[in-house]
Design a protein around this ligand. Structure first.
Ligand code: SAM
Length: 344
């Protein structure tokens, strides 16, 4: 397939600045909706409807979308899922992207249970940061939350990443009544290891997942609990290098504590990201169910990169303020599209 270079276009028509003056330079791509874990807040109690394989975007299609996005100013790409390591030959995709775009900041979000010694290869390919999702250090609780007895795989993968020089951020969904009792354990982990441990407020995603207001543990509560356990110093933006997370240094510690507050203190005004779902739909906001079908365009031989760039540009202009959608959703129940297809 021949792709028309979008560099030939008037650059002002392919930028990623929206009506609110925000500029996108970060793309999150869910490369599969399949996952080997069954996390209680992500997995539907009524079972999951997976995207048919033929509708999952191929690695070549992902690479093409990333070529187009890089030409539009994207500098950072996060590969997520489902579970990225659950998709066959995942490292081939990483290699494909970093060979073509050596300066691109390619990061991963993974549950790390299937990483199994792959940290070295990731580091050699040019990946510098890995986000690892981990909600508990208790083996039985891990099994209860995820449906799998695989905590040991995760802790081994964290060690492996650190050993190979990868920056590690631990993402922990803050779940009152489930992992709030482990705050001291998480803080100790961040004290003893050079990692960012970031609590993410539980978001209402997917109508039959286990979202409940009673499990909501707000960032304010976490911070006030954490201050009883350690001396924390708030880090300024330039010291943080951590996206929307509020970050705190821990006295005498190697790592840091972070709070990600999509619910209590949204960061819509500085949102710099677009998302591609596992079936090739563009989402301009995590909380908007409005999707733009890029997959059909990618599979139409008469559609050029310029056409796709124009659609991304046009869609991004009206990128919403997610908090308005989220507030509406909180009142009328929750978002329908599930995190495993969007990638968080
Ligand atoms: N399988 C990979 C992983 O576990 O990191 C990537 C996909 S997972 C959907 C991405 C992130 O979204 C994980 O950190 C997960 O904990 C988080 N997540 C899923 N559902 C969530 C919810 N309802 N509220 C907050 N975070 C959620």
């Amino acid at each position: 397939m021949t792709h028309t270079s979008i560099h030939t276009q008037n650059s002002s028509s392919v930028t990623l600045t929206d009506n609110h003056g925000r500029t996108v330079d970060y793309l999150r791509v869910s490369i599969t909706d399949r996952c080997n874990l069954r996390c209680m807040y992500c997995w539907s109690a009524d079972g999951m409807q997976f995207i048919p394989h033929s509708n999952i975007i191929t690695y070549e299609e992902i690479a093409r979308l990333i070529d187009i996005s890089v030409a539009m100013g994207v500098r950072k790409v996060r590969l997520t899922g489902g579970e990225p390591f659950a998709r066959r030959n995942f490292l081939d995709l990483v290699e494909m992207l970093l060979t073509k775009h050596p300066d691109l900041d390619v990061r991963l979000t993974t549950n790390a249970t299937l990483m199994n010694g792959k940290a070295k290869a990731l580091a050699e390919l040019g990946v510098r940061y890995v986000n690892i999702s981990l909600d508990t250090f208790n083996r039985l609780k891990f099994q209860r939350i995820t449906g799998r007895d695989m905590l040991r795989n995760v802790t081994r993968a964290i060690d492996d990443c650190l050993e190979h020089g990868l920056g590690v951020k631990i993402n922990t969904v803050a779940l009152k009544g489930i992992n709030d009792d482990e705050l001291p354990v998480f803080i100790n982990f961040a004290k003893n290891n050079p990692v960012d441990v970031r609590f993410i407020e539980f978001m209402p995603m997917g109508s039959s997942s286990a979202w409940s207001e009673s499990n909501f543990w707000s960032a304010d509560e976490i911070l006030s609990d954490a201050k009883k356990l350690a001396v924390l110093t708030k880090l300024e933006k330039k010291e943080r290098r951590s996206g929307p997370a509020k970050l705190f240094g821990i006295e005498g510690g190697k790592g840091r504590l972070g709070l990600i507050t999509p619910m209590s203190n949204h960061f819509c005004a500085s949102c710099n990201r677009l998302r591609i779902t596992a079936n090739g739909q563009l989402r301009t906001c995590l909380f908007s169910d409005n999707e733009i079908d890029l997959r059909t365009m990618l599979r139409n031989p008469s559609i050029t990169d310029t056409d796709i760039a124009n659609v991304i540009h046009e869609s991004n202009i009206s990128k919403p303020l997610g908090i308005e959608l989220l507030n509406a959703k909180r009142q009328n129940e929750v978002a329908e599209t599930r995190m495993n297809a969007i990638g968080g």
